[in-house]
Design a protein around this ligand. Structure first.
Ligand code: HAM
Length: 422
């Protein structure tokens, strides 16, 4: 007999199985994503997780580019699993650029794959809620995107005190670097190096900067810029009339009107690891800074032209499911995923089974959620199962109930009983 190799029951490393208890959390998070997107007028869109590698291939030095899963299909096409949605969005917009009525506001929940080093909050597969506005220059676009993200966090059960959105502006950083004598051609390299801050020692970042062509004085000036604590201090260095400072001030003012200014703070150290951002950038963290970034995004005005489309301004965010679920479990408690709802219907002997099925059908037709017991049970056994289930109420049919044509609907939390006609 051929020997069978034993297959591991674990999902491939970094990929996730969602058991029913995990789906409860995922649904809570996805429901909030969808509701917040809809409430802010974003239209849903979607695309296949498989993309052409050419679209996703990136400049060297960018982490995401190195993490792409890619392979050749049977016709030797170079194919990749998307690591993020933004290139796909840009491709879809470019394809219809002549006919879309800009500005457009689009949203999706995209499964993404990145061959990452696995740490807390980082998997090789995650779902990422995206909200993007294409074709709007004004900072109101940033406000709408950020407002939707804060709304989603509140819908999940968090309060404004639980998270902070750190906001900066790459254009401001460019102005500051230029004022310090670092030529514009080097800025992209400087951004990628600075994004590594906190993840590697400053000496290594200084070495990266020098390798990128920044001289010693430039390295010193760059670190001094990163130490600026307030927007006023940044403005003093950039000079009065800085357009990038004005954009940030307008963002904070509008967020005040929209009611979420208290969630925002200026933080020059927010760079973002993706090279396509051109303006305001932001990253959200839990207030205690225990977890990795909850969401991140910003303005990317050149991506459409980079992939060969017509020029179009754009701003958007990516909000993953992994970190926020960890945060929700920590802040709300592991049992808080879903409130109990629906009715558990049970029966004692095979003679009551049909009546139980008929009751389940009637309640379902009335719009109730019903879990019908598949096997007979003694009352004690049934109620202990019902108590452990996701149902809020239970009905148990014994011979007497069916004979009388009447049963009791029991509230499992209060133990209160109400009569129910069969
Ligand atoms: P990103 O910062 O690379 O941005 O990812 C956005 C969010 O996705 C992160 O803040 C995190 O919540 C989640 N995320 C990313 N990688 C992983 C991972 N390996 N495991 C778990 N969660 C992860 C982007 O992807 C941009 N395309 C966002 C964007 C949209 N910018 C404009 N529009």
């Amino acid at each position: 007999m051929e020997e069978q190799t034993k297959i591991s029951f674990e999902a491939p490393r970094g990929m996730r199985d969602f058991y029913p208890e995990d789906m409860v959390w995922r649904n809570r998070v996805f429901d909030a994503f969808r509701a917040a997107g809809e409430a802010a007028g974003f239209e849903p869109y979607d695309a296949c997780v498989v993309e052409s590698y050419e679209l996703l291939a990136r400049k060297a030095g960018e982490e995401v580019g190195e993490q792409i899963y890619h392979f050749r299909d049977k016709s030797d096409r170079h194919i990749a699993l998307r690591a993020e949605m933004t290139p796909t969005l840009a491709r879809m917009v470019a394809q219809r650029q002549g006919s879309l009525a800009f500005p457009i506001k689009w949203t999706t929940i995209a499964q993404c794959f990145r061959y990452e080093r696995m740490t807390k909050g980082r998997k090789r597969e995650h779902y990422q809620w995206n909200c993007d506005i294409v074709g709007e220059e004004s900072v109101l676009a940033e406000v709408e995107v950020l407002g939707a993200a804060c709304d989603a966090l509140r819908r999940m059960g968090l309060t404004n005190a639980d998270f902070r959105v750190h906001v900066s502006n790459r254009a401001l950083l460019s102005e500051l670097l230029a004022a310090s004598g670092i030529p514009a051609a080097l800025h992209a390299q400087v951004f990628l190096a600075l994004d590594k801050r906190g993840k590697m020692p400053d000496e290594e970042i200084a070495a990266m900067l020098r390798d990128g062509g920044v001289d010693d004085a430039g390295v010193k000036a760059t670190f001094a810029i990163m130490d600026l604590k307030t927007l006023d201090a940044a403005e003093a260095l950039a000079g009065a009339g800085s357009p990038a400072v004005a954009q940030l001030r307008e963002l904070f003012r509008l967020a005040g009107i929209a009611g979420f200014a208290e969630c925002l703070e200026f933080d020059i150290s927010v760079i973002r690891g993706l090279s396509y951002y051109t303006g305001i950038v932001f990253e959200c963290f839990d207030a205690q800074r225990e977890f990795r970034a909850i969401f991140g995004g910003g303005r990317y005005d050149n991506l459409l032209t980079t992939i060969g489309g017509d020029p179009a301004t754009a701003v958007g965010l990516g909000f993953g499911d992994v970190v926020v679920t960890e945060l929700l479990k920590a802040r709300l408690g592991a049992d808080a995923a879903a409130p109990k709802r629906g009715v558990y219907v049970g029966w004692m002997f095979p003679e009551q089974r049909d009546a139980a099925l008929a009751l389940a059908a009637k309640l379902r037709a009335e719009g109730e959620i019903v879990n019908l017991a598949l096997r007979k049970a003694k009352p004690k056994q049934f109620f202990s199962r019902a108590g452990a289930s996701s149902c809020a109420k239970a009905v148990f049919l014994g011979p007497d109930d069916v004979a009388a044509g009447r049963a009791k609907l029991k509230d499992l939390a209060t133990r209160e009983e109400t009569p129910l006609e069969l």
